[in-house]
Design a protein around this ligand. Structure first.
Ligand code: HEC
Length: 112
């Protein structure tokens, strides 16, 4: 078994062990891709929003799930509603608006 397969197996196991609380999303191939966005060239506003995004969107799956989704702004509008509506999301409307603004900026910049 190579290192990547091992990491995947360990993460899948962790997912199973944590599944008991009802919040965890089942593992997904996107979880094993890059888990951060390079914001070094982003404006201050989006840098602040990234802090909210990277703190809030890691509760039920790794940040990588969304980093590797490559959705455009319209998709994000729809998906964010779906995520914050989940019980125990811990994300309020104001935070969701900041996260949306960040993801929209990023999607536009990347040309998704
Ligand atoms: C309360 C738990 C929870 C939180 C918090 C959460 N998610 Fe999720 N997310 C899930 C679950 C469960 C799934 C898998 C089922 C689904 O797609 O709805 C998922 C799936 C996803 C997917 C893949 C969707 C698909 O159809 O393949 C993306 C992208 C995503 N989340 C982004 C985010 C972002 C961005 C945030 C932060 C705003 C976030 N999630 C916060 C539970 C959560």
């Amino acid at each position: 078994m190579n290192a990547i397969a091992m990491t995947g197996a360990a993460a899948a196991l962790t997912g199973l062990l944590l599944a008991g609380n009802g919040d965890k999303a089942p593992p997904d191939p996107r979880d094993y891709g890059p888990d951060r966005i390079d914001i070094s060239s982003y404006p201050d506003e989006q840098r602040k929003e990234y802090v909210v995004y990277s703190a809030k969107c890691v509760k039920c799956h790794p940040l990588a799930r969304s980093v590797n989704a490559h959705y455009d702004a319209r998709d994000w509008k729809r998906y964010l509603k779906r995520m914050i509506r989940r019980p125990n999301s811990g994300i309020n409307e104001e935070q969701a608006a900041q996260i949306y603004d960040f993801l929209k900026f990023h999607a536009d910049k990347m040309g998704y």
